[in-house]
Structure formats: structure tokens, C-alpha cells
Design a protein. Structure first.
Length: 132
């Protein structure tokens, strides 16, 4: 099990963690298997998509549009961040990627993102590599 630390700067933000994950997989020295990437936080997500600046802004915009802040959510009575939890629900908490010949099997346009939904914060992403 490895941990990657992610520092976020915005309230909602995509952070590309692909290169860090490639390093983790390389240093594990596993020829074939799977890599599970997981966030332990309830107001963040892990997704795979294209690292293109316009698209990253589009994803933030659609999250804002689909789940606007403070429209009477019950959880806002507790700590005022219901929209952050609800956006995280749409994204999911983990992705699983095959490993072949010691490398993550990613398409040429695929990058792995940590998605902050309640920043800025210091976050941790867990990486588990299973040989097989
Ligand atoms: Zn909360």
C-alpha cells in the first residue's frame, strides 16, 4: 500500500496524479496485475479522463451546475458542505487499472485525476497494487 499526498488550492478542482501513479507502479516492480486507486475522503473523487484544460473547466462547471451549493440540503445543517458530498457521489471513490509489462494500461488520452470537491485541503490517495 502506497500513499500519495495531494494539496488542493480550489474548492472544486481536478488534479492529475497520473505521473505519480506511474512512479508507484514502476517502483513496485509488478509485471502483471491491477492497480486500485482510492480516496478515503467523502468530499472527493477519483476519475479517468482527458487532461485538456477546457475539458477540466467543463467538468468543474458541470459539477457546479448539477449540484449547486446550498439549495436546502439537509446535511448543510451539520457542516454546510452537502454539495461537496453530493458531487463526490457522482464521481466515485476509486478506479482500477490493469498493469501489463510493468505499466498501467492507459489509453493515450487517459489521465487519472483526483477531484477535490471541498477544497482547499491536504488529501491522501491510497494505491494498492495486486499481482496476478
Ligand atoms: Zn459534511
Amino acid at each position: 500500500m502506497e500513499r500519495i499526498e495531494v494539496k488542493t488550492r480550489e474548492s472544486t478542482e481536478l488534479i492529475d496524479i497520473t505521473e505519480k501513479l506511474k512512479e508507484v507502479v514502476k517502483s513496485a516492480g509488478v509485471d502483471s496485475g491491477i492497480c486500485v486507486i482510492f480516496t478515503r475522503h467523502t468530499t472527493s473523487g477519483i476519475i479517468i479522463n482527458e487532461n485538456e484544460s477546457g475539458l477540466k473547466q467543463d467538468i468543474v462547471a458541470i459539477l457546479n451546475e448539477l449540484v449547486p451549493k446550498g439549495t436546502g440540503y439537509l446535511h448543510d445543517r451539520i457542516d454546510n458542505n452537502a454539495h461537496s458530498h453530493l458531487r463526490a457521489v457522482l464521481l466515485g471513490t476509486s478506479v482500477t487499472i490493469p498493469i501489463d509489462r510493468g505499466e498501467l494500461v492507459l489509453g493515450s488520452w487517459q489521465s487519472i485525476f483526483f477531484v477535490e470537491c471541498d477544497g482547499p485541503r491536504r488529501r491522501e490517495v491510497y494505491v494498492q497494487i495486486v499481482e496476478g
